[in-house]
Ligand binder design. Structure first.
Ligand code: SF4
Ligand SMILES: [Zn+2]
Length: 124
């Protein structure tokens, strides 16, 4: 498992929890048909660890946009594709299973992408 560079807090922690919830929906329907409440498969577990790691390094910090609208998009190619597949499947189903998280994510997605903080521009 990748180590987070710093523990996630606030909006970053909430976003990670949202990603985890979507990944559980996706994994339960595609990889763990018999264990809908069981643990994630190795691939999906690796994905949420990767997402958490990227969140912990996100140059926008707490002001981050949704990753789909991010001009940097720091995900490596295979993880970006996995994120797209999981969001497309899990996103609509979140409304039934986790409506508050889903609505909060939709609301967040409507916000404009903020300026990259100056002190972080060079660090990324
Ligand atoms: S894709 Fe963009 S918003 Fe998402 S974690 Fe990476 S830098 Fe931050
Ligand atoms: Zn899985």
């Amino acid at each position: 498992m990748r180590k987070l560079t710093e523990p996630l807090t606030g909006a970053l922690l909430y976003e990670h929890r949202t990603i985890i919830a979507m990944t559980h929906i996706y994994c339960a329907h595609h990889h763990k048909q018999a264990q809908k409440t069981g643990p994630l498969c190795d691939d999906c577990g690796e994905f949420i660890d990767f997402a958490g790691f990227r969140l912990s390094k996100c140059p926008y910090g707490q002001a981050k946009p949704v990753c789909q609208h991010c001009p940097i998009h720091c995900y490596k190619k295979d993880m970006k594709e996995k994120a797209r597949i999981i969001m497309r499947y899990g996103g609509p189903r979140m409304l039934l299973k986790h409506p508050i998280m889903a609505i909060r994510h939709l609301w967040h997605a409507r916000k404009p992408v903020p300026e990259l903080p100056k002190k972080r521009k060079r660090a990324h």
